[in-house]
Design a protein. Structure first.
Lengths: 294, 382
């Protein structure tokens, strides 16, 4: 099993005709993902390497049965692209685009919650998600992940996610699903959403969580783990020595007013029974121990 | 991006909020001329991107022109928490009967906008929150529905402000919310929001942080021009690199924000001091790598360089070729330690091997590479 996406997932790419959308869309198709459609109102009726282009997500869903949308639209168009995807009837919207204004994110997050409660949003500014061997949606390098289980991964950081997948593969440990929730202030899917899904997934037996400074998502996840997660969780938090008041690359990665420090996050997670790695590789080593003991 | 107080006030004024007349100046003579035009008394206020101006002597009341001259001369060049004052705001002085506090920002946990309003303004809101949390009236605003007049009125009543100014305050707060949302601000704060002895509600200070991502909707160039940035940050910014200057001697280059942050951590963990955070993004081609090396190379404090690359879709060979070509283009002053892992790492390492020397080293793990880079930096310093 996997969470959120599997071999039956059919994906429409908003922005498939752009350079980024085409590049990653075709990589995703090469991986084995069912890439069924793209959208571009000006290019409806054409195709990108055999993938048909429709004017709207609704048209694509009707013609192809797409149930997931992956958004590669430039930041200025993301707000309307997300609303169009929700209106169009997909179940999951994955927004890869970075640089989306905070007010747009806050707006479409709440709009979806209110008017399309069944639709899950992942991102913006995320690498996407991969259920190895089944579907890869976004910009993750598929071949660095080993299929199967027993580990589920959820992460706020792109490269560190790839590193985690790769280290587990080196240790011959498989992954059920790896979800990159992204580093923006209003992520559509939270650590908690993923932890709950992994807890319910019989094939996932342990969870790797990669957090970073800023906000309180890791602390909230710690509370949730203490109360609701029976499976072992291993975590790594980036930014232990980041100076306050400086954004470390991601819009959401900032220690402000003494809040959102890596130490506070590690302490909260440790108190919830989560084992903490001091570096990404140490987290990988701990996960190998956990898996060996399952 | 943080605005100066005067830019914040101009921003608020453009959304119909009452602010005092004033002028931004950079010299004593211009300060005096501004005060003559405005008419004394005036306030002479340091414009810096940090708090605690008053305590540092950066905000002074000037009853007459002589006082303006004295205060302007003292404040220009003043060091306030590491920020040297280069700009002054000369503003017509206001009489104050009451001081309030108000702000809007995103509550990341609730994923809604949080408004805070208090009758105890003019002091640090953190202190009020600590000592008398009941004195802060909070409101969570749904970004879809926005702030309605009814909600706003309830909020004002809950804050126990002077009932005589309720209508004016409601109008001002609705405008403030509009400035916050339509203006794409991450934070708007007025402390103090004052009531004058004549009963007028008035903005006396302004703290505004605009969202740099919303540049496609607004002209942010004037604010970008006044951002505090050291030379290294400005150079990196011009090359489109994500760079944060730090105080140490080990230059750091990594691909991906998380990995760059993690690299800074590991350098610290092994007892070194990183000179910077630098994220070159997903790929690692020669142009990007050369640009990054130039930025690091121009930092006189750097004694060694740690390049930490994890190949995902970008293959190890491409990364290695990028590094080799960049090294040919830039005359690098410090020794480099590379850790290359991920997709086709073995092929990449093989390409680098003939180029290895005591100026270019390779380490198999992040930790070992960090140790080596730190040892090199310390060796160079001693």
């Amino acid at each position: 099993m996997s969470i959120f996406v599997d071999e039956n997932t059919k994906v429409v790419y908003q922005g498939l005709t752009g350079s980024q959308g085409r590049y990653y869309g075709m990589l995703n198709r090469d991986y084995g993902t069912q890439v069924v459609a793209g959208t571009n109102p000006k290019k409806a009726g054409t195709d990108v390497e055999g993938v048909p282009i429709f004017a709207t997500v609704a048209d694509a869903v009707e013609a192809t049965g797409a149930n997931v949308s992956c958004v590669f639209i430039p930041a200025a168009g993301v707000r309307s692209a997300v609303l169009e995807a929700a209106e169009g009837g997909v179940e999951l919207i994955v927004v890869i685009t970075e640089g989306v204004p905070m007010h747009d994110e806050a707006y479409f997050y709440n709009k979806l919650k209110a008017d399309y409660p069944g639709v899950r949003l992942l991102g913006p500014n995320c690498p996407g998600l991969i259920s190895p061997g089944k579907a890869n949606i976004g910009i993750t390098a598929g071949h660095i992940a080993k299929e199967g289980g027993p580990v589920g991964i959820v992460s706020r950081s792109g490269t560190l996610t790839y590193q985690a997948l790769y280290e587990l593969k080196q240790k011959d440990i498989g992954c059920t699903t790896c979800v990159g929730i992204g580093g923006d202030p209003v992520p559509g899917t939270s650590f908690i959403d993923c932890l709950a899904a992994f807890e319910d997934d019989p094939e996932t037996e342990a969870v790797m969580m990669i957090g970073e400074i800023g906000g309180s998502a890791e602390e909230e996840a710690a509370e949730f783990i203490a109360a609701n997660v029976s499976k072992p969780v291993v975590a790594y938090i980036a930014g232990l020595t980041a100076p306050p008041g400086k954004k470390m690359g991601h819009a959401g990665a900032i220690v402000s007013g003494g809040k959102g420090t890596a130490q506070a996050k590690m302490d909260a997670l440790a108190a919830a029974g989560v084992r903490i790695g001091q570096s990404p590789s140490e987290a990988g080593d701990i996960m190998a121990e956990v898996v060996a003991g399952l | 991006m943080d605005l100066f107080e005067y830019q914040g006030k101009q921003f608020f004024a453009s959304y119909g909020m009452p602010v005092s007349p004033g002028e931004a100046v950079t010299t004593v003579d211009d300060a005096v001329a501004a005060a003559e035009r405005l008419g004394t008394p005036v306030m002479v206020k340091a414009q810096v991107h940090t708090g605690g101006r008053g305590k540092a002597g950066g905000v002074k009341f000037a009853a007459d022109i002589d006082a303006v001259r004295t205060h302007a001369a003292n404040i220009l060049g003043l060091d306030i928490r590491g920020h040297i004052v280069e700009n002054l705001w000369i503003e017509k002085a206001s009489d104050i009967a009451e001081e309030y506090y108000v702000s809007f920002t995103l509550d990341r946990s609730a994923k809604k906008h949080l408004g805070m309003l208090s009758a105890e303004g003019g002091v640090e809101i953190e202190a009020v929150a600590e000592e008398n949390p009941d004195a802060i009236a909070k409101i969570w605003v749904d970004p879809v529905g926005g702030l309605t007049e009814d909600q706003c009125r309830q909020w004002v009543l809950a804050a126990n402000l002077n009932p005589d100014v309720t209508d004016q305050t409601v109008e001002l707060l609705l405008n403030l919310y509009e400035a916050y949302t339509a203006g794409d601000a991450d934070l708007v704060e007025i402390n103090p929001l004052i009531v004058t002895p004549e009963g007028r509600v008035h903005v006396l200070d302004a703290k505004v942080t605009l969202d740099g991502n919303a540049g496609f909707r607004h002209d942010l160039a004037p604010f970008d021009a006044t951002q505090p940035r050291d030379e290294r940050e400005a150079a990196a910014h011009a090359k489109g690199l994500q760079y944060v200057g730090l105080e140490g001697t080990v230059g750091v280059i990594a691909n991906g924000a998380g990995l760059a942050m993690s690299t800074v951590d590991v350098v610290n963990q092994v007892g070194g001091k990183p000179a910077n955070f630098l994220d070159i993004g997903g790929g690692a081609n020669a142009d990007v790598m050369a640009g990054a090396l130039e930025v690091i190379n121009n930092d006189p404090d750097v004694q060694s360089i740690f390049i930490n690359i994890f190949g995902g879709i970008t293959r190890g060979e491409e990364v290695a070729n990028g590094i080799i070509e960049a090294m040919n283009r830039v005359d690098i002053a410090s020794p480099i330690v590379i850790r290359l892992d991920g997709t086709n790492a073995d092929e990449g390492r093989a390409l680098l091997k003939p180029h290895l020397s005591d100026r270019l080293m390779m380490a198999p793990t992040m930790l070992e590479a960090a140790r080596e880079a730190v040892a090199l930096a310390e060796g160079a310093a001693s």
